[in-house]
Design a protein around this ligand. Structure first.
Ligand code: RRO
Length: 324
């Protein structure tokens, strides 16, 4: 069941979505049991930025009937704090030893400019405990205000600018909030990305309950302190499946698929449309052992690597597009 991903040998194809499993907090709760039975075949850190960030004001979460809107706002200790405080702990958790295999550690970074991202990537490249780097390109460009990853041209420029700063595998986490996700995936690949991951959360919002003042002109406030947020969970699974299928049909680099995965069948769907790895996200908040269960179920079922014919078997192939 082991899987090769960007030169890394993984025990199985299930990883975590960045920011959805705090391994340091989990170790505090589950102790050594977490190390003995780590749920993921590779561990992706939450997003770090150059400078520390406090994150968005509360409320940060809103539950929907089949999902979760978050507006966390990437609170983090900044690069220096991550390297000094978190990385040694994460390296201990994922480092193996005592009969345990090492779990590759992937650090997720975000910057508002190519220069910021290049500094983050270079700093991660110097750390032997970090196996790979994931670029979160959902950040608004400081000049245009548009998400860096939403525009293929801008994405290609940014990935090209950081590519030379690391020899480690570079994964580009694509945004789903754009017109042509496969075009963005192709741009990332052309600029030297070793893999792409998708989907991040879908832009969403929620209104606060009416204050009860009444009247047709009552202005409802946004519920989330940050205004808008991102929707995850089962509600987005069909969207994720469509976007992963569309991207996997176009790129040659491996694809990490995610979005609403709760079961081995959901993971298998993403593998069947061409994902090499599958990430579990929101479901880990409900049950932190979800990934362990899914990996076991996949191992005990007729799990197979997706065949080349399946990868190409999509209505998203270029020659199936109506405009071509
Ligand atoms: O921190 C967040 O609010 C956040 C990030 Br960086 C992200 O990439 N996706 C998301 O849903 N929330």
């Amino acid at each position: 069941m082991s899987v090769e991903f960007c030169g890394l040998q993984l025990a199985h194809p299930i990883v975590n979505g960045s920011g959805t499993f705090d391994a340091i907090a989990a170790r505090g709760v589950f102790g050594e049991q977490l190390l003995q039975e780590f749920p993921f075949a590779a561990y992706v850190s939450k997003t770090i930025t150059l400078e520390p960030r406090a994150g968005n004001p509360p409320p940060r979460l809103w539950e929907t009937p089949a999902g979760l809107i978050n507006s966390i706002g990437l609170p983090n200790k900044g690069l220096h704090g991550y390297l000094l405080e978190d990385l040694p702990q994460l390296a201990e958790i994922t480092g193996g030893g005592d009969g345990r295999a090492a779990i590759p550690l992937i650090t997720n970074v975000m910057g508002a400019t190519a220069e910021e991202l290049a500094r983050l990537v270079e700093a991660c490249d110097a750390q032997s405990q970090i196996a790979a780097i994931e670029l979160n390109v959902s950040c608004p460009n400081v000049k245009t205000g548009l998400d860096i990853g939403a525009d293929p041209l801008q994405l290609e420029q940014v990935v090209s600018a950081v590519r030379g700063h690391t020899s480690k595998p570079l994964i580009v986490k694509l945004t789903p909030n754009t017109a042509d996700v496969p075009a963005c995936a192709l741009a990332a690949e052309a600029a030297g990305a070793d893999a792409v991951s998708l989907i991040n959360t879908l832009r969403a919002t929620a209104l606060a309950p009416p204050a009860g003042r009444g009247g047709a002109d009552e202005r409802r406030d946004r519920w989330l302190g940050g205004g808008n947020g991102g929707l995850s969970g089962p509600a987005i699974r069909p969207v994720a499946l469509a976007q992963v299928a569309a991207v996997a049909a176009r790129v040659t680099v491996p694809v990490v698929g995610m979005g609403g995965v709760q079961s081995a069948a959901h993971a298998q769907d993403l593998l069947d449309v061409g994902a090499t790895l599958v990430a579990v996200g929101t479901e880990s908040f409900r049950d932190p052992a979800t990934a362990t269960r899914i990996a076991r179920e996949l191992a005990s079922s007729a799990f197979t690597q997706p065949s080349a014919s399946l990868r190409g078997h999509s209505d998203d192939r270029p020659n199936h597009r109506s405009e071509e």
